[in-house]
Design a protein around this ligand. Structure first.
Ligand code: SF4
Length: 63
């Protein structure tokens, strides 16, 4: 399960580039949006990469 802390998000969009099926981008708020919470397989791997790449530590993954 992916959690996105929108208040912490700085809009760097690393997550969108790494896991485009999991994270979208809100052009108005200049923040990421969570497209799905429950991820598995490749999406989970990509979400984990995004978690590591997020400069704001706004992404957390729990199994
Ligand atoms: S990588 Fe982090 S700071 Fe950047 S858009 Fe995604 S959640 Fe926000």
């Amino acid at each position: 399960v992916v959690d996105l802390d929108r208040s912490a998000c700085q809009g760097a969009a690393n997550c969108v580039g790494l896991a485009p099926d999991v994270f979208g981008y809100d052009d108005d708020a200049l923040k990421a949006v969570l497209l799905v919470e429950a991820v598995s397989g490749e999406d989970a791997d990509r979400a984990r990469e995004a978690e590591a790449a997020c400069p704001a530590l706004a992404i957390t993954l729990q199994s």
